[in-house]
Design a protein around this ligand. Structure first.
Ligand SMILES: *[C@@H]1O[C@H](CO)[C@@H](O)[C@H](O)[C@H]1NC(C)=O
Ligand SMILES: *[C@@H]1O[C@H](CO)[C@@H](O)[C@H](O)[C@H]1NC(C)=O
Ligand SMILES: *[C@@H]1O[C@H](CO)[C@@H](O)[C@H](O)[C@H]1NC(C)=O
Ligand SMILES: *[C@@H]1O[C@H](CO)[C@@H](O)[C@H](O)[C@H]1NC(C)=O
Ligand SMILES: *[C@@H]1O[C@H](CO)[C@@H](O)[C@H](O)[C@H]1NC(C)=O
Ligand SMILES: *[C@@H]1O[C@H](CO)[C@@H](O)[C@H](O)[C@H]1NC(C)=O
Ligand SMILES: *[C@@H]1O[C@H](CO)[C@@H](O)[C@H](O)[C@H]1NC(C)=O
Ligand SMILES: *[C@@H]1O[C@H](CO)[C@@H](O)[C@H](O)[C@H]1NC(C)=O
Ligand SMILES: *[C@@H]1O[C@H](CO)[C@@H](O)[C@H](O)[C@H]1NC(C)=O
Ligand SMILES: *[C@@H]1O[C@H](CO)[C@@H](O)[C@H](O)[C@H]1NC(C)=O
Ligand SMILES: *[C@@H]1O[C@H](CO)[C@@H](O)[C@H](O)[C@H]1NC(C)=O
Ligand SMILES: *[C@@H]1O[C@H](CO)[C@@H](O)[C@H](O)[C@H]1NC(C)=O
Length: 486
């Protein structure tokens, strides 16, 4: 069993599965290469790819004219593994390669990092890289639907540790079970050091069903004993991605819930699907107050311990409802908007998910947004059940929201409260003033200490303002939920 999963996998996976064409069985040999393609008029078969120009693949019967489109025949399977001389790294992620890793943005060249990358070479032929930690295998799964290991024969590229040397095979993932199968992959290079394994290979992508353009990528690990692959643990799972587009993709499969101390509690965590966005605001009948702070709600107030029900008070509170779904409250004074920012790093404003309550001619309205630098851009967020009230410059709102996914395995988030103007003719928000910015607060820890690091007044040194209250069960499963992206 591999205890820890977190690997870096850089793989290029390509497979060529003939699709609906009945075909099915291709026992041995190379079978269905481009099968589909309409021989003569085959101009735009693979349409898509044009990127790195034609890396002159083999074939190409005719010289110049052949530059055109058919490009790149499927690769001939060859599972031989030669040594990978240097460690993989993440330097080309987002630039030349599509990458996804766990923890986010980790470098497979150093530390514990599960890593997958893809770089288009020509047409449907890609170079993949895969890295991570396992006692047995690490594998890249390419699925044409959103399920890894569904009944559609997901093509899988498996690198495994056979007594200290790296081996490679193609396979099909069915549920969590791998069955070996030929895949159009070759030029495999690999290295292993203890439980760290890395491999790089070229592969031809499996065909997609008609009209589909994106694929779900998975990275799985498991044991390898007695020539048998153990059940797959999903380390990385993405949304549908276009592999030819060099971007950094988010991992939706953060496996571990935070230190769930005891079993029973943890069962409840995976539950709770993300909330359906609904920005409708209904009236908040009573003033907010700080009575549940410290016992049921995690609260941050400026000034410290102030009561949003009386006097001038900037206020944020959070209470876990189920899994990643929380109830939030926000109060303060503004001519335009007040908003809560949740950041998975220590900086507010790197595309951080933001919940905005704003005063539109005396009515409270709500929107999700992304905060970049000091600028808000509207975006959907998984929030609903919004209630609000406004009285002059005082605004209060309450809403439920599904936490944006955490990057990596952190359970900490930086909380921000910002205010600014609202231009109701343009529907735009003015630059953000940071009213509250906390240290990274471990929402899973009921004893977190929260400080406001954004105290505007220059009192003395460490203005430790906030006493934290926590929900007993406040805890975040870095779970497999579709969440708004940070
Ligand atoms: C081949 O392409 C032509 C023109 O695009 C199309 O009319 C024809 O149906 C195609 N044949 C097959 C077998 O796909
Ligand atoms: C393909 O690349 C060539 C040369 O780089 C360019 O002229 C052409 O417009 C591209 N075609 C598409 C469909 O992107
Ligand atoms: C290559 O193309 C040229 C003109 O397009 C043609 O005359 C020639 O016969 C072709 N050669 C082969 C081997 O197909
Ligand atoms: C398979 O790949 C290895 C290593 O690249 C190479 O030495 C060998 O010749 C290849 N086998 C075939 C049949 O091409
Ligand atoms: C992408 O490549 C360019 C040019 O090589 C380089 O200047 C830039 O820093 C790279 N970006 C990233 C994110 O690595
Ligand atoms: C997947 O496995 C299940 C049983 O575990 C089996 O019924 C099903 O036919 C398998 N699907 C494929 C595509 O092999
Ligand atoms: C999956 O593979 C099995 C066995 O090769 C085949 O019978 C089945 O039709 C395939 N399913 C799909 C959706 O291609
Ligand atoms: C293997 O890993 C150990 C510890 O991480 C390191 O000291 C050693 O240099 C590595 N060996 C190789 C060949 O990279
Ligand atoms: C190893 O696998 C073979 C065939 O799959 C099986 O007969 C044998 O019992 C297995 N041995 C162990 C120790 O599991
Ligand atoms: C989750 O984290 C706990 C504590 O860090 C660890 O003991 C456990 O093995 C982890 N589980 C997985 C599946 O990584
Ligand atoms: C889990 O909770 C049960 C009962 O609440 C307790 O007996 C047990 O010791 C706890 N286990 C751990 C590891 O905390
Ligand atoms: C959105 O929320 C409002 C107020 O709660 C409710 O009346 C409305 O039906 C909701 N809309 C949808 C599409 O659920």
């Amino acid at each position: 069993m591999d205890s820890k999963l977190y690997f870096t996998v850089t793989l290029v996976v390509l497979a060529w599965v003939s699709v609906a064409t009945t075909q099915a069985q291709t026992t041995t040999a190379s079978t269905n290469t481009m099968a589909t393609a309409n021989t003569t008029a085959s101009t735009n078969t693979m349409a898509t790819a044009n990127t790195t120009a034609s890396t002159s693949v083999t074939a190409a019967p005719n010289t110049t004219a052949s530059t055109s489109v058919t490009a790149a025949p499927p690769l001939t399977p060859n599972n031989t593994v030669t040594p990978l001389e240097t460690n993989l790294n993440n330097s080309e992620c987002g630039n030349k390669t599509l990458c996804v890793s766990e923890p986010a943005n980790c470098d497979p060249g150093s530390g514990s990092c599960s890593f997958f990358s893809a770089r288009q070479k020509s047409g449907q032929n890609f170079e993949f890289a895969l890295a991570g930690e396992t006692d047995g295998y690490i594998a890249a799964v390419i699925s044409s639907d959103t399920t890894l290991g569904g009944n559609d024969n997901d093509t899988t590229y498996v690198c495994f540790n056979n007594n200290g040397s790296v081996k490679f095979t193609g396979a099909i993932l069915n549920n969590t079970q791998l069955t070996k199968q030929n895949v159009s992959a070759n030029n495999v290079r690999g290295r292993v050091n203890g439980t760290t394994i890395q491999c790089v290979f070229d592969a031809t992508l499996p065909a997609l069903p008609a009209r589909t353009t994106s694929r779900t990528i998975g990275v799985i690990t498991g044991t390898y004993n007695n020539s048998t692959f153990g059940a797959a643990n999903t380390v990385i799972r993405t949304d549908g991605v276009d592999l030819s587009s060099p971007t950094i993709v988010q991992n939706l499969a953060t496996t571990n819930t935070t230190a769930a101390p005891n079993t029973t509690a943890s069962t409840s965590v995976t539950a709770a699907p993300p909330l359906t966005p609904n920005n409708t605001v209904t009236p908040l009948e009573t003033n907010l107050n700080n009575s549940g702070c410290g016992t049921q709600n995690l609260c941050v107030n400026e000034p410290a311990n102030c009561d949003p029900g009386s006097g001038s008070c900037n206020f944020f509170s959070a209470r876990q409802k189920s899994g990643q779904n929380f109830g939030f409250a926000l109060a303060g004074e503004t001519d335009g908007y007040i908003a809560a920012v949740l950041s998975s790093d220590t900086t507010l404003g790197g595309s951080d998910t933001t919940y905005v309550c704003f005063n539109n001619n005396g009515n409270v309205e709500f929107t999700g947004a992304s905060l970049n630098n000091n600028q808000l851009t509207k975006q959907n967020v998984n929030a609903n059940n919004v209630r609000g009230r406004v009285n002059g410059r005082k605004i209060q709102c309450v809403f439920d929201a599904t936490l944006p996914a955490l990057s990596a395995r952190t359970t900490s988030r930086t909380i921000g409260v910002i205010t600014g103007t609202y231009d109701n003719s343009a529907g735009t928000f003015g630059a953000a003033n940071i009213v509250i910015r906390t240290n990274a607060v471990d929402l899973s820890s009921p004893n977190a200490t929260v400080q406001n690091l954004a105290t505007t007044n220059t009192t003395t040194n460490n203005a430790v303002l906030f006493r934290q209250t926590l929900i007993q069960a406040l805890f975040i499963s870095a779970g497999v939920m579709g969440l708004a992206v940070l």
